[in-house]
Write a protein that binds this ligand. Structure first.
Ligand code: SUG
Length: 422
């Protein structure tokens, strides 16, 4: 049966706050503070458990090998000798934000009837630019069946591509043909626009999308400037529903008109700026929610606790619920450690519409497997990391050993020995 599966990035043992993402306000504000990798990873598992309890199908992607020695070697250095910034960039656990792993077009949208996957190049941020190789490898293993999946090489630099975080899909139901919306940025004022139109257009061509059902929409500079470094900080779509901030797009009227024309059945749920400002949207991550259809059919918005705690956002959510809108249920999850680096519930997952039987079962989870993963995390993930252990004058090499051992233990538990070799 074709269904939507959320693949969450397991938070890696090197999770830390080095403040590497210019334009990502949470990450910048928390730069230099102590991180809690074990707690972060357990928060992620709790979110997956809650999604399973809703009746959703859940998958995982694994942390990448960190520090990325191959990348440092390509820069003619190694972890012990690299300058502090390179050390931090090599050590980032940013692959946890699986929404940036790839762009996925389900089989019902593509000309050859296969699900097409393009790993994101993430070239705008140095610490993310070295994720693509390992991401491709994991995706190739998880979605190995060529009868159902087609994989494409990342878009070449300099055309920035940050994957599903800037890609939305509207369809009457997940399994039916839909329209795909690529949101690109041109400028964010002081902050970089991370998704280029060229990359989005190339992906649409590679995936064999029907031009009549493919839209390219420019993200508003104001939103990027307010800290919406990805479109998924101001919009999320699920089946017929587009949940979007009034100031998400550069030309709101044209964007809405194009969506209505390509998908007359779409339901646009817009949050006006005078109810929730861009600043509140960015601080609360209201839109970085998972918008999902559990088996009972009641469209559910899974928001971070920060959204429920923001008075104006909570008031808007209450009004929406009372107004009998298409979003029927709201769930709250605590992913505070990821949030502190600018990654909400939606950042942590990559959506794939497919038949679960065509996917490598080692990348799918049930409550019992999550329990075993939690044990490995509890036993092996560092309790805390002080950024000084990474960017200080003398890097903590014992920390590196413990991070290596932690990843090895997880790979062994899941039985994916192919991933041992970096
Ligand atoms: O790319 N944070 C990530 C957050 C990604 C969120 N993803 C989505 N919106 N889909 C980023 O900015 C911070 C890491 C650091 O500073 O160490 C970071 O990379």
């Amino acid at each position: 049966m074709t269904t939507e599966i959320n693949f969450d990035g397991i938070v890696g043992p090197s999770h830390n706050f080095a403040g590497l993402s210019h334009g990502n306000l949470a990450a910048t504000q928390n730069a230099g503070t102590v991180s809690y990798p074990r707690r972060a990873a357990l928060e992620g598992l709790a979110k997956m458990r809650a999604n399973l309890a809703l009746g959703l199908t859940q998958g995982i992607l694994l942390p990448h090998d960190r520090p990325n020695r191959r990348w440092l070697a390509a820069l003619s250095t190694d972890y012990a000798h690299a300058p502090p910034l390179l050390r931090a960039q090599a050590m980032s656990a940013s692959a946890m934000w699986a929404a940036n792993a790839a762009t996925v077009s389900p089989a019902s949208d593509t000309t050859d009837g296969r699900c097409h996957i393009t790993a994101a190049n993430l070239v705008t941020m140095p610490h993310r630019s070295h994720e693509a190789r390992e991401t491709r490898r994991q995706l190739a293993i998880a979605f190995a069946d060529p009868a159902h999946f087609a994989h494409h090489a990342p878009i070449p630099a300099p055309f920035g591509d940050e994957g599903a975080a800037n890609h939305m899909r509207l369809a009457p139901t997940h399994g039916e043909a839909g329209i795909e919306l690529f949101v690109f940025g041109r400028s964010g004022g002081a902050f970089p626009a991370r998704q280029s139109r060229e990359a989005s257009a190339a992906i649409a061509r590679a995936h064999g999308l029907d031009p009549a059902r493919t839209l390219f929409i420019e993200q508003s500079n104001v939103a990027i400037g307010a800290g919406a470094f990805h479109n998924d900080v101001v919009a999320v779509a699920n089946e017929r529903i587009l949940f979007v901030h009034e100031q998400a797009f550069a030309d709101r009227e044209a964007a809405h008109a194009a969506i209505r024309q390509a998908a007359p059945w779409a339901d646009i749920v817009e949050v006006p700026a005078d109810a929730v400002s861009l600043a509140d949207a960015v601080a609360s991550y209201l839109f970085n929610a998972q918008l999902v259809t559990p088996p009972d059919g009641a469209t559910t918005l899974i928001v971070p606790v920060e959204a429920a705690q923001n008075g104006r956002v909570a008031a808007w959510l209450d009004r929406m619920r009372a107004g009998n809108g298409p979003i029927r249920r709201i769930e709250t999850v605590d992913v505070r450690q990821s949030m502190a680096n600018g990654g909400g519930p939606a950042c942590l997952r990559l959506r794939v519409v497919a038949d679960a039987r065509t996917i490598d079962p080692r990348f799918l989870v049930d409550p019992a497997k999550l329990e075993r993963i939690a044990e490995v995390i509890t036993d092996h993930w560092p309790e805390q990391i002080h950024p000084g252990q990474i960017i200080g004058p003398k890097p903590d090499l014992a920390l590196v050993d413990s991070i290596d051992a932690a990843r090895r233990a997880l790979i062994d538990l899941l039985g994916i020995p192919e991933l041992h070799d970096a």
